[in-house]
Design a protein around this ligand. Structure first.
Ligand code: MN
Length: 740
């Protein structure tokens, strides 16, 4: 046995991690560096070094993409790689889905803290697999492959890659499950497991993994894709050391991370005004009717308040104090999820275009209060769809930072929020005829990667083109999705009117799809999105939130006859009060005002309609330029009744020219009328305060709001004190509702 420690200078990795943490704690600088000496001595060499490692990671990703099988990975590049220090801090990242950079960092630290160095051992050629949200991951669906990199018997770094799977073997088919309520529903858990040695994945692991998921082919090829990328990164690092020398490399990795931290601080100082920023955000989960399991039958509204302090030195601190509790649902978030969501947004708002690495992690302080949905402290809960809470919660960060950006004059950088990346079709089935008869297909469209972005303070939001977790948003091609999900051809993809949040600058708009079940049996379908209330922190400076989602399914349809007779079928739901589905089909039509649903079984010729999310607006809609409103009408972004009621614009449709004609006089009159309506019907602050308070004291709140407040009151003394003081309520105030 070789008992030599694998860290530097005969230290163990645990000793190295402790030293790094102590140095940061004592100095506030990464590895205690007070000077970026390599950068100062020879900035060209330093920048070239960074660029060559960065290039190696980007090309590893591009190459690995061709090995992957999952349509999500192949079609929209749901994959990323990162290079880590021996202590697990990322110094360079690839392009791609950057959520996962700090998550793998937590996994490496877990292995160090658990003394993997001694048992199971960390050797050159070893391969580790992780998908446990308790040990640095977002959900079981994201699978990480991590390998150590050695030089001269010392561990000098780690390479890590992650892909998002179609299926992880959970309670139902799918990748962001709604029906999971405990760890045992989430699918296979690999908690930082060694799965290979000598650069080869062990056969027993692969046999086990293939039998644990519904889509073994995708799983296996994606494992090979991640390993191939990791090995390419390792080769590139060894090549780098041969060229630059090990001494340079060891110093360089420290400086690159400290520089990353300094870049964040500089950006914050440059872009934001110091101060305290606050936002409120919510997500509704109507499981009383939807859930199967008795304990999960609870209607919840999650409280997601956020306070951000920007100090004059450029440090950011995020505090989620006041959040409501976790629950028997899959939307609970571990630290990996919280860090991942935050990090990917910071790369988009503040640290884009420069050195992007864990330096930014070291520049941000955070509080995820124990016992809340963002830090439940209970590994036995389900963490399968943390995005349900993450996506809305981080609109609060976007909004806080937007106030800061606006205050500094960066009006074009303002983004008060984004559409909910949910509600693409999810589930799976089995082919009932043809060459693939008996094979499973999985619903894996990542159209959710194309949502509406919020408006800025100078322009409309991006239409159907944004996902908060993927800086390279791409909704993919229908043909590719259809190829993989043979049981669900698309009948249409069409702009869905009235999804965009209203404002002087409107939010990004979105579309909706109609899918039909075909050539299949045993089809499960489910989905998730905001429904009864809009998710997130809403619009800004008078802008409205986007439209909420809803659910439309047509069962037992006469589509077979319609197709045979070549008759008209529904391709949209432009006006739900006078629906094309009801008009054109003989069917059992199910409409629900919420979007998060447990799996339903569907038959061939059943139809599913799925509207995607718009983004929130900015500024008063009455200030919207009327030519822009005409354009919205012509493009089908809004319907004329919405435009009349909200923008005060009167227009009539010219059938001949197929365009909307504005009526300027009526518009002037209507806008003045709306201003008068506002004056006559709005309340003073005192009236509003009294009205809202009466809801608390006279028990007028809905069950889910009562539950939300009660949880927040019991979980945070600070939040309770502020709540009771603000509403002038007695210390023993309660809303008479039982919470878990
Ligand atoms: Mn994922």
């Amino acid at each position: 046995m070789n008992n030599k420690k694998i860290g530097w200078d005969n230290n163990s990795l645990m000793e190295m991690l402790e030293r790094s943490e102590t140095l940061f704690e004592n100095t506030g600088r990464y590895y205690g560096l007070d000077l970026l000496s390599l950068k100062e001595e020879n900035p060209f060499r330093y920048e070239r070094a960074y660029a060559s490692l960065r290039g190696a990671l980007v090309s590893a990703r591009e190459t690995a993409l061709h090995i992957a099988a999952s349509p999500i990975v192949k079609e929209i590049g749901e994959l990323c790689f990162a290079l880590y220090s021996p202590e697990g801090d990322s110094l360079v990242v690839s392009t791609g889905i950057l959520v996962h950079v700090h998550t793998m960092s937590e996994a490496i630290k877990f292995m160090i803290e658990q003394n993997y160095e001694e048992d199971p051992g960390i050797h050159p050629g070893d391969i580790f697999l992780n998908n446990d949200p308790e040990t640095g991951n977002v959900h079981t669906t994201d699978v990480q492959t991590i390998i150590p990199i050695f030089w001269d018997n010392e561990l000098i770094g780690w390479a890590g890659g992650v892909t998002h799977q179609i299926d992880a073997g959970g309670i139902t088919p799918g990748h962001d499950l709604v029906a999971a309520i405990q760890r045992f529903d989430d699918g296979m858990y690999y908690t930082c497991r060694k799965i290979g040695s000598n650069d080869k994945i062990w056969k027993d692991h692969m046999i086990n993994a293939r039998r644990s998921v519904r889509t073994p082919l995708y799983w296996e090829l994606d494992e090979k894709c991640r390993l191939a990328g990791d090995l390419m990164i390792r080769d590139a690092v060894l090549e780098f050391i041969k060229e630059e020398g090990i001494k340079y490399y060891k110093r360089f990795i420290r400086e690159a991370i400290e520089e990353g931290r300094q870049i964040l601080l500089k950006r914050v100082k440059e872009r934001l005004l110091p101060g305290r920023y606050r936002a409120a955000a919510f997500f509704d989960l109507p499981l009383k009717e939807e859930a199967w399991q008795p304990r999960a039958k609870v209607n919840k509204l999650t409280n997601e308040p956020l306070e951000i302090i920007v100090d004059e030195n450029g440090e950011l601190s995020l505090d989620f104090d006041g959040c409501s509790g976790p629950g028997a649902n899959p939307m609970n978030c571990g630290k990996g999820a919280m860090e991942g969501g935050q990090w990917v947004l910071l790369t988009q708002i503040l640290i884009y275009g420069d050195k992007v690495n864990d330096g930014a992690y070291f520049g941000v302080k955070k509080n995820y209060p124990l016992g809340t949905w963002c830090n439940p402290g209970d590994p036995y809960l389900s963490y399968q769809s943390p995005w349900g809470n993450l996506i809305p919660a981080y609109t609060g960060m976007m909004k806080c930072l937007s106030y800061g950006l606006f205050a500094r004059g960066y009006r074009e950088e303002v983004v008060p929020g984004y559409g909910f990346t949910g509600d693409a079709i999810q589930g799976g089935g089995v082919y009932s005829s043809g060459p693939l008869k008996g094979e499973r297909w999985a619903l894996s469209t990542f159209e959710i990667s194309g949502q509406g972005l919020g408006a800025s303070a100078v322009r409309d939001g991006l239409d159907w083109g944004y996902a908060m977790w993927n800086p390279e948003s791409d909704l993919g091609d229908v043909e590719t999705w259809e190829l993989f999900q043979g049981g669900v051809p698309y009948l249409s993809r069409k702009i869905k009117p009235n999804t965009a949040g209203h404002g002087k600058y409107r939010g990004g708009a979105n579309y909706a799809g109609v899918a039909m079940i075909a050539n299949s049996e045993d089809v499960d379908f489910f989905g998730a999105r905001d429904g009864l209330v809009f998710h997130g922190a809403g619009g800004m400076h008078g802008g409205y939130p986007h439209a909420t989602g809803y659910r439309l399914i047509a069962k037992n349809t006469n589509m077979k006859e319609i197709i045979a007779q070549q008759k008209e079928y529904p391709i949209g739901d432009s006006d739900p009060s006078n629906g094309d589905f009801e008009r054109l089909l003989k069917a059992e039509i199910i409409r629900k005002p919420w979007s998060s649903i447990y799996p339903v079984m569907l038959e061939n010729y059943d139809l599913v309609y799925f509207p995607l999310s718009g983004g929130p607006g900015y500024g008063d809609p009455l200030e919207r330029d009327i030519e822009s409103v005409k354009k919205d009408l012509d493009e089908g972004i809004y319907t004329d009744d919405f435009v009349y009621n909200i923008y005060g614009v009167k227009a009539s449709y010219n059938e001949e020219n197929e365009e909307w004609i504005l009526n300027i006089e009526d518009t002037k009159r209507r806008r003045e009328e709306i201003i008068m309506e506002r004056k006559n019907t709005s309340m003073t602050y005192e009236e509003f305060w009294n009205y809202e308070k009466s809801k608390l004291t006279e028990q007028k709140l809905s069950e889910q709001v009562k539950r939300m407040y009660t949880e927040s009151l019991s979980l945070s003394e600070n939040w309770k004190k502020e709540f009771l003081t603000f509403w002038k309520l007695p210390d023993d105030f309660n809303l008479n509702i039982e919470v878990e």
